[in-house]
Design a protein around this ligand. Structure first.
Ligand SMILES: Nc1ncnc2c1ncn2[C@@H]1O[C@H](COP(=O)(O)OP(=O)(O)O)[C@@H](O)[C@H]1O
Ligand SMILES: [Mg+2]
Length: 359
């Protein structure tokens, strides 16, 4: 299958007075597994619908392999879409559901049979081809929806929250399968989700949307390690954030805030002085007993445990520092020291893990 490139060029779309997409400029590379991540209502489905031809933007162009498809009707775009609710025909068998799109294309009967068999084999449904959707589990129905879409050999595969109806374990299993299948087919794929873990775990790159605006595009690691703003830092993972001012000092940048006092950000790259916000992840904070000798490499603060939550692999502590709170995740081991609510602690923050965000 030829891999195609998809470009959104300055797409703007409004429904009445509601501006749903604002100046969307995005390039999806040939064969990429690309995620659109954002909260509910941020415009993810609308952007897919623009590409599929079901929604018409007021401005901008959509290019597939360099050709403007803005004027091409949906059925001539060769774009396959899997919907969140699967939209299977309940009265048809699995094989008939998968054959439907091929019959619409008036392919010869024997070709249709071959293609249906091949695609059901590919998604592991060969044995269930004569069942109806109601006789299948959620995961199997999801596979039928996928099989039906890839049977028509689309140039681009669009997946709109395809896993959100599955239970947690199955969701994790299916996303691994989905990626394996995409790699086998090589088809350029855009995957929509509101689940940051899902987006980070399977995508080559992710675009984060908020209120119709792309906030950041990058690899999962880039988004997590170098969020460009407060929204991304919070939406992709969890972050402790504090507003203050930055100034150069003798040993590196110095951050001052009412909440945390003066912190020396040793190892932080030089940055312009002035108002900033710092952000750091809960797992870069180490908790020790109040009396413990602090490690010189860390930034140390005094606090009191306000709450703790046992999450299996780690314990999430909320620690009060002055009038503020810091979330600190500590890896859990059977005999690791636990801290009780009310207990005084010292918090160590790895300075090189602190990120600077625009204030
Ligand atoms: N056909 C429509 N008519 C009017 N408003 C719409 C329509 N489709 C979507 N919207 C609005 O556009 C915004 C984005 O919707 P959508 O793209 O479905 O978001 P997401 O998929 O990110 O949850 C929402 O505020 C939604 O109410
Ligand atoms: Mg949606």
């Amino acid at each position: 299958m030829a891999k195609v490139k998809v470009e959104f060029r300055n797409i703007a779309l409004a429904y009445g007075k509601t501006q749903v997409l604002r100046d969307i400029d995005l390039v999806i590379e040939p064969g990429e597994f690309f995620a659109l991540l954002g909260p509910s209502g941020s415009g993810k489905s609308t952007l897919l619908r623009v590409l599929a031809g079901f929604a018409r933007p007021q401005a901008g162009r959509v290019l597939v392999d360099g050709a403007d498809i803005s004027g091409v009707p949906p059925w001539q775009r060769d774009i396959g879409m899997v919907f969140q609710n699967y939209a299977l025909w309940p009265h048809m068998t699995v094989a008939q559901n998968v054959a439907f799109g091929l019959e619409e294309r008036r392919l010869p009967k024997n070709v249709i049979e071959q293609k249906v068999a091949a695609v059901l084999e590919l998604v592991g449904l060969k044995e269930l081809s004569s069942r109806r959707p109601s006789q299948l589990s959620g995961g199997q129905q999801q596979r039928v929806a996928l099989a039906r879409t890839i049977a028509i050999e689309p140039k681009v595969l669009l997946l709109d929250e395809p896993l959100s109806n599955l239970d947690a374990k199955l969701r994790v299993h299916m996303r691994v399968e989905l990626l394996a299948l995409q790699r086998k087919l090589g088809v350029t794929t855009i995957f929509v989700t509101h689940d940051q873990e899902e987006a980070l775990s399977i995508s080559d790159r992710v675009a984060v949307l908020e209120a119709g605006v792309i906030q950041q595009v990058g690899t999962p690691v880039e988004l997590f390690d170098h969020p460009v703003n407060r929204f991304i830092a919070n939406f992709v993972g969890t972050a402790n954030m504090f507003a203050g001012t930055l100034r150069p000092g003798a040993d590196g940048m110095v951050f001052e805030s009412a909440a945390l006092g003066t912190l020396l950000l040793r190892g932080a790259p030089a940055a312009p002085a002035g108002a900033v916000e710092i952000a750091f992840r809960p797992h870069v904070v180490t908790l020790v007993e109040a009396g413990a000798a602090p490690d010189g490499g860390l930034i140390w603060l005094k606090g009191t445990v306000a709450a703790r939550e046992f999450l299996g692999e780690f314990i999430r502590y909320v620690v009060t520092v002055g009038t503020n709170e810091i979330v600190a995740d500590q890896a859990h081991y059977t005999d690791a020291r636990k801290f009780a609510p009310g207990e005084a602690v010292n918090l160590g923050i790895q300075p090189e893990q602190i990120r600077l965000l625009p204030a």
